[in-house]
Design a protein around this ligand. Sequence first.
Ligand SMILES: [Zn+2]
Length: 69
Amino acid sequence: MATSKCPKCDGSSFEIVPAHITAGSEQFRFIQCSDCGVVISAMPAEHLASQLVKALAILEDQIKNLRRP
Ligand SMILES: [Zn+2]
């Protein structure tokens, strides 16, 4: 497998950090080079699968409540 490298410094270690974006209300995180800080990508702070699991749990609770006499 090829080693991923930073386009600026050729570093090969990366980290996920909170993004400080002033516009909008949605929270993001950056994937950045852990050596020089160049941002490689941005992604939603909350993973879509995690949001779906939470939504499913809420729906299951509501269904249980509807079935109670
Ligand atoms: Zn770098």
